[in-house]
Design a protein around this ligand. Structure first.
Ligand code: HEC
Length: 124
């Protein structure tokens, strides 16, 4: 019997991995990612909280809606409340929230004239 993998383990594995592979992903707001290749954190500009932002935000939509936005720090902060209250994002608190808002305000600052809001191809 040694070396044989029980059938039950083979059948159980995908079920056990299922919830890990598909973290809470509401049906809404999926349309804009459906036809696009999978994204990785590197599509966002480098920064301390890049991975936090990537994983907190792409549960529901691609980074495109983030990358095309140019907001002040206050507006990014307000947006975090809006995402949580209106769209059901897990509320961001404390240090993590500060880092995420700092990152967003630095990477995607209010339009300076040089970078125009609304162009998803400007990613620098
Ligand atoms: C629980 C789901 C969910 C999460 C998590 C989430 N969002 Fe959203 N977000 C939405 C929905 C729904 C919309 C509106 C529909 C759309 O534009 O696709 C939206 C829209 C946006 C927009 C566009 C706002 C506009 O001007 O129309 C921005 C920017 C945005 N989200 C940023 C973020 C950031 C940054 C994070 C992570 C910190 C985040 N979202 C996490 C659901 C979510």
């Amino acid at each position: 019997m040694r070396g044989r993998i029980p059938l039950g383990a083979l059948l159980g594995l995908p079920l056990a991995l299922g919830p890990l592979a598909w973290p809470e992903r509401p049906a809404r707001a999926q349309a804009d990612t459906a036809a696009q290749p999978a994204e990785t954190p590197e599509v966002l500009p480098p920064g301390e909280a890049r991975e936090d932002v990537f994983y907190a935000c792409t549960a529901c939509h691609s980074t495109a809606v983030i990358r095309r936005s140019r907001l002040s720090r206050q507006q990014w902060d307000d947006l975090m409340d809006w995402m949580a209250e209106k769209h059901g994002m897990n509320p961001l608190e404390g240090e993590q929230r500060r880092q995420i808002v700092d990152y967003l305000a630095t990477a995607f600052p209010a339009s300076s004239g040089r970078r125009r809001a609304g162009n998803p191809f400007l990613t620098d």
